[in-house]
Design a binder for this molecule. Structure first.
Ligand code: SAH
Ligand code: SF4
Length: 364
């Protein structure tokens, strides 16, 4: 075959069934292949022993299994976070993070190599945009984390600290995904949604769409599409500033998608889907963590079904700001509560290995 091999992780179940049918083989074999890929998370063709020789020959000749080799693996000192630098076929690399919280494990996956949005405090933004990830490259990250969980089930640390993972909460399968790794998922809408469809397929990994969060810098057309297509995933919108001028200073993409239009799109989304939006707010000391800003957020979001996730700034090489102190975060929360807005402060995880929000970047 002269053309590039097909990546099996790019196919939906229907697509794979059609491919196998084109080769003159029964859908039973397509179902078995799907089962290997997503139920058993088998990551080599060689290990798929229970497939007919004719199918294996075609698969070996015309497809690849787009497993992403680990270029580097780092574990946080508290044992709860693992960061994987994964190698893509064209030698670019991306980061995927496995985070253990009490009672759940979450994969933080990337949607692009770099990011075009240029948020000033984000390491991915600071590296610039290289390219979109394919559906298969997104799916492969989830399969990778699922395989790690299966391989390490029972060996999660049982530290005696508040919020520690108890031995009774060790997981064997991946259940939660956040699109908060490298890149802007709604800038790569089609590939991301197809990956979500594959991961949610009930005959495969069967993730619940409600266990998947897509976080956007505020790409308005993407938010409208999510609403129109009634995508059942959670939506998180990165706000960081409650006026156009303050937001623009941190988030250059606010020039293309101004705050008032963004809020219209968010209201369209919440009304159409009758679902709340999570708003993310990176707390930067002395910059956007004051009482005035908290009141401005309250006024902006008052009456909306919304929750605010406050993320104390994580350090990055290209931005000098400091994270807010706990007291400022608490005060911010109590002001928001006065507007009827629930909020959380993001648990800091993996900061020592550069795996926290906005710290993902790859030096080529
Ligand atoms: N591109 C998407 C998703 C990836 S970033 C988005 O921007 O929403 C995930 C979250 O981490 C976003 O809310 C982002 O603003 C935040 N973030 C980026 N850099 C950060 C940093 N240095 N410290 C804390 N949060 C950061
Ligand atoms: Fe891109 Fe999100 Fe980083 Fe902004 S915060 S540069 S949108 S990855």
């Amino acid at each position: 075959m002269s053309s590039a091999p097909l990546n099996l992780y790019d196919f939906t179940r229907a697509g794979l069934t059609a491919l196998v049918a084109e080769w003159g083989l029964s859908p039973v074999h397509a179902a078995r292949l799907w089962n290997y890929l997503y139920y058993e998370s088998t990551d080599t063709l060689a290990a798929m022993s229970d497939l007919p020789a004719r199918l294996k020959t075609r698969l070996e000749a015309e497809t690849t299994l787009g497993r992403l080799p680990i270029a580097r693996e780092t574990h946080s000192s508290d044992g709860f976070t693992r960061k994987y630098l994964l190698a893509l076929a064209d030698a670019h690399r991306i980061e995927t993070v496995l985070m253990r919280y009490t009672g759940r494990v979450t994969a933080c996956v990337s949607s692009q190599v770099g990011c075009a949005m240029g948020c000033v405090f984000c390491a991915t933004g600071q590296m610039g945009y290289t390219r979109h990830l394919t559906t298969g490259e997104i799916v492969a990250q989830a399969v990778h984390v699922d395989r790690v969980l299966r391989a390490t089930a029972g060996s999660a640390p049982a530290l005696a600290e508040p919020g520690a993972v108890s031995p009774h909460h060790r997981h064997e399968r991946l259940r939660n995904i956040v699109f908060m790794g490298m890149g802007e998922p709604l800038h790569n809408y089609d590939a991301v949604m197809k990956a979500i469809d594959i991961l949610c397929d009930s005959a495969g990994m069967a993730l619940g769409a409600k266990k998947i969060s897509v976080s956007t810098v505020g790409v308005i057309p993407g938010i409208v599409r999510l609403a129109d297509e009634r995508r059942p995933v959670h939506l998180a919108v990165s706000l960081h500033g409650a006026t156009q001028a303050e937001r623009l200073a941190l988030v250059p993409a606010a020039r293309a998608w101004p705050l008032d239009q963004l809020m219209d799109a968010c209201r369209y989304y919440t009304a159409k889907l009758e679902r709340r939006i999570f708003f993310e707010w990176t707390l930067i000391e002395g910059k956007n963590d004051g009482q005035d800003q908290a009141h401005a957020v309250g006024s902006l979001l008052r009456g909306m079904p919304a929750q605010v996730n406050l993320i104390p700034l994580n350090p990055t090489a290209g931005y000098a700001g400091a994270p807010s102190h706990n007291a400022a975060a608490k005060q911010f929360q109590s002001i928001l509560a006065g507007y009827g807005l629930p909020s959380t402060v993001r648990q800091r995880r993996g900061i020592d290995i550069g795996a926290g929000c906005g710290q993902l970047a790859v030096a080529d």
